[in-house]
Design a protein around this ligand. Structure first.
Ligand code: FEO
Length: 135
């Protein structure tokens, strides 16, 4: 069973952004689903690495979009992105311990942070982009 089910409330209405957010959700679901595997360590390590790399990719794309569209609150938004990258880099070692409780803690942090960021911070730039006709 998936940890996160995509719902309309997560949608920004910007196809490229929503596609990337859906991919992030899929990667978190893969991590969650892998916890119960017997030989899970290599699968989890790879899935976690992929999530970190894809998050960096997505943040870069989103920051390009905000720059291109002259979004006035870009500095604060970028600071949230940096803070999240720092947190998940710290979690890497804990996650590699292979302990179920630690992995669940990390996965829940990822889920809560991502969904709150999408529903709050990301959605804030949508009216600005729409007003400017910028995508
Ligand atoms: Fe979609 Fe600001 O991350």
């Amino acid at each position: 069973m998936s940890l996160i089910i995509w719902i309309d409330a997560y949608s920004t209405g910007i196809a490229e952004v929503d596609g990337q957010h859906k991919k992030l959700v899929e990667l978190i679901n893969t991590l969650f689903d892998s916890i119960t595997l017997k030989d899970r360590t290599p699968v989890l390590s790879q899935a976690f690495e992929e999530l970190v790399n894809y998050t960096v990719f997505h943040f870069g794309k989103e920051e390009e979009l905000m720059t291109r569209c002259a979004y006035p609150d870009i500095v604060n938004h970028k600071a949230e992105h940096r803070s999240f990258i720092n947190e998940i880099n710290k979690f890497k070692q804990e996650f590699a311990s292979g302990d179920n409780k630690v992995m669940l803690k990390v996965i829940n942090f990822l889920k809560d942070w991502l969904l709150n960021h999408i529903k709050g911070t990301d959605k804030k730039y949508v009216p600005h982009l729409q007003a400017k006709g910028c995508k």
